[in-house]
Design a protein around this ligand. Structure first.
Ligand code: NAD
Length: 543
């Protein structure tokens, strides 16, 4: 039985299914008029009279846009255009390319309201969660705008023979990156991931999810305004299984974010062509509340961890592991905070959680919850869809008593649902957290920071947040972010996040003497001389 009743859900915006209420009369239709859709749609690479594909605004269920569909032939054209534009861009000094990112940073912060409307219109998420995307992209633009030169400059390396071999490690752009992105963070996962590719001297052919293509097209327009040559970023739209493989087919490197199932297919196709790929995939992330945790802070953190973007966040927490001694006190706080969340669908700040993106996400969420409840799980908060608020709304939901036979136990829900488990020792918690093929993100709560970091070292996830939900690690742009195991290959952010878009090239120049018998030495004398030389290099601690 749900104890999060219609009354208990604070619908700050009465009739939140109607986006006019809280946004000062602003509706999705007025925020995203046909003129804007037409302007943005002109940025899609699609020839002739393309078929239109319709998208729906999740907040209301109304038609949002008709967007041109690219064909595999259009994808080929997109790569040709990008390939033609790339050499001149790569020939610019890194600082000139980086300046585009820094200008984009400023434009984005100035014009954020435009894209916040688009993100909300296309995903249905709360404005605060849309703003997290603006923050993440601004951080990436600043970081790579400022640090690209250091990442990309030629590095002097020890040569084969000291003094005689002058060696430099250089970074060359891959060429044209095939970039496939999902719908859940449409700004961050389209332009945020493309920025390091551009500053490294590449062109990008991007296939965003059709549902959220307007956001990607808006970001492209803004980046072009900041100085990016227009042909350098091509956007193609269409059915994933149809044009996704075409993108992989032509790419010099593939950057993919999406489900583990699709990621395996992308990896197979990239492997066949011997091009590299980074894969940012799914998760079943755990949060550990240790016995000494600050329970109020942990409860507030758990709300963010589980229900940001209505749980449609790859690093979202779906398994909550709580020390038995504090479980009751923690759950009381967590459930109270969850019940107090304000669900809403206005194009304005104020709601704590928005809608799910589609009927598919709603169905998965509902199925996971209903199946678990039927098999004996208890609902501590939430538990129901909320069609009264909008077609795809679902209450933030806490399940207790989940057992391994229930789908929700191990499968990614990608919705606002978390299951609670109790543990007695840190060892037990670490083993439970690691008992999944995924390995994306985790969160550890404790007052003893050394203990927190010791537990973190034993967790098999690409990021671990101590006393934070996910934003601390994700927002540390100078440090890599990505998944272990079934959660992916490669990393975004940090050095790896930009160097993946480059080829390493070693340029070694030999001076004075060849590395071969010379000056009348026979082979044996050369071998003897080199043997002495190798011993000397080790004794002199050459690396
Ligand atoms: P998805 O795999 O269905 O789609 C992702 C993208 O791939 C879309 O653009 C889609 O059109 C395209 N696609 C579909 N079939 C394809 C194919 N055969 N070849 C090439 N491209 C194809 O994923 P989704 O449901 O849109 O996104 C949700 C998933 O993404 C979740 O599992 C989530 O955890 C994951 N995700 C991971 C991260 C991360 O950083 N690790 C970030 C966000 C989302």
């Amino acid at each position: 039985m749900s104890d999060l009743t219609a009354d208990a859900v604070t619908t700050e915006h009465p009739g939140a299914g109607n986006p006019a209420a809280p946004g000062g009369g602003r509706t999705v239709a007025s925020a995203v008029p046909p003129s804007l859709v037409d302007r943005l749609a002109a940025g899609v690479t699609a020839a002739g009279e393309p078929d239109l594909v319709e998208t729906v605004a999740p907040l209301t269920g109304e038609r949002l846009a008709g967007l041109p569909q690219s064909t595999p032939a259009d994808v080929e054209v997109a790569f040709q255009l990008a390939r033609r534009a790339q050499p001149a861009w790569a020939a610019l000094p890194v600082r000139r390319r980086a300046a585009v990112l820094l200008r984009f940073h400023d434009l984005l912060l100035k014009r954020q309201d435009e894209v916040l409307d688009l993100i909300q219109a296309e995903t249905g998420k709360a404005r605060l969660h849309a703003f997290e995307e603006v923050m993440a992209v601004a951080m990436a633009a600043r970081h790579y705008g400022r640090a690209a030169h250091a990442y990309l400059r030629d590095k002097r390396r020890g040569g084969a023979l000291p003094v005689l071999t002058h060696t430099v490690e250089a970074r060359r752009p891959k060429g044209v990156i095939g970039h496939i992105s999902p719908w859940n963070y449409p700004l961050e996962l389209s332009v945020g991931d493309a920025l390091p590719a551009f500053v490294a001297g590449n062109a990008v052919v991007n296939k965003p999810d059709t549902q959220t293509a307007l956001t990607a097209l808006w970001a492209r327009e803004l980046l072009v305004e900041a100085g990016l040559p227009a042909d350098l970023w091509q956007i193609v739209i269409g059915d994933g299984p149809v044009i996704g493989p075409a993108v992989v087919e032509h790419a010099d490197y593939v950057s993919f974010t999406g489900s583990t199932r699709t990621g395996r297919d992308v990896a197979r196709r990239a492997a066949e062509r011997l091009v590299g790929a980074s894969l940012e995939l799914g998760g079943k992330n755990a949060m550990l509340v240790l016995s000494d945790a600050d329970l109020d802070a942990a409860a507030a953190g758990a709300v963010r961890a589980c229900f940001s973007s209505a749980g449609q966040l790859c690093i979202s927490i779906e398994r909550l592991l709580v020390h038995r001694s504090v479980a009751d006190a923690f759950l009381e706080r967590f459930a109270a905070r969850t019940r107090a969340l304000r669900l809403g669908g206005g194009l304005a700040y104020g709601a704590d959680m928005g809608s799910l993106v589609s009927v598919r996400q709603l169905e998965t969420t509902t199925r996971h919850v209903e199946e678990a409840v039927k098999a004996g799980a208890t609902v501590l908060a939430g538990g129901r869809a909320r069609p009264d608020l909008g077609p795809f709304f679902h209450e933030p939901t806490i399940l207790d008593g989940v057992t391994p036979d229930m789908t929700v136990c191990a499968e990614e829900t990608f919705g606002p649902v978390v299951s609670v488990y109790r543990f007695d020792t840190d060892d037990e918690a670490v083993a439970a957290a690691n008992s999944t093929p995924y390995g994306l993100n985790s969160s550890v709560w404790t007052r003893d920071l050394r203990r927190g970091r010791a537990v973190a070292a034993r967790l098999r996830t690409g990021t671990v947040n101590v006393n934070e939900a996910y934003a601390a690690a994700y927002g540390s742009i100078a440090s890599p972010m990505g998944g272990m195991g079934d959660s992916g290959l490669g990393r975004r952010h940090g050095a790896e996040g930009i160097l993946r878009f480059t080829e390493a090239q070693t340029v070694a120049t030999q001076r004075l003497l060849p590395i071969a018998p010379s000056f009348g030495l026979d082979d044996k004398q050369f071998a003897g001389l080199m043997t002495g030389g190798l011993r000397a290099l080790k004794a002199l601690r050459f690396r």
